[in-house]
Design a protein around this ligand. Sequence first.
Ligand SMILES: Nc1c(NC[C@H](O)[C@H](O)[C@H](O)CO)[nH]c(=O)[nH]c1=O
Ligand SMILES: CC(=O)[C@@H](O)COP(=O)(O)O
Length: 162
Amino acid sequence: MSSSLKNLSDFSHIEVGNAANLKFAIVVSQWNAQITGALLKGAYKGLLDHGATEENIELIEVPGSYELISGSDIALRKRDIDAVITLGCVIQGETRHFDFICMAVANGLANVGIQHNKPVIFGVLTTDNLEQAIDRSGGKHGNKGEEAAITAIQMALIGKKY
Ligand SMILES: Nc1c(NC[C@H](O)[C@H](O)[C@H](O)CO)[nH]c(=O)[nH]c1=O
Ligand SMILES: CC(=O)[C@@H](O)COP(=O)(O)O
């Protein structure tokens, strides 16, 4: 369902699980730092609100969303990471560069997760403009960073179970 129809950060209807014994890496890009900083705040909230501890959260900052791919691969060199949360914001410019970046990042992150057999969560905004990004990083449509954190907890617990 489109974000414009609901606040996707409303998790009151689901049982997220306890993150107390889970270890996470957050890989955040510095492009559009106003937005990615807000996504990062949301991700920390999502993790800490569900029992995660600061010492169990590794933070890696990379230049742009394209570097989230390498950053996630680097994060998963640590064998004890249960899930990686990637945070970025790609905003359409004048050229088709947006299309190439978004496709590359989506495919690249999926491949990293498969290669390491670990959840790599796609917390990358891909918007037409800054306003849409603001709305989804703590604005009227919630915080995609918090959503990514919740998803990371759920997938990490699934990984522990099977
Ligand atoms: N235009 C945006 C970029 N571009 C930079 C790329 O992500 C990458 O760092 C560069 O191509 C060098 O490899 N990155 C974003 O995260 N957001 C943008 O809007
Ligand atoms: C997604 C991008 O790399 C883009 O914001 C860069 O802008 P432009 O397409 O005008 O070069």
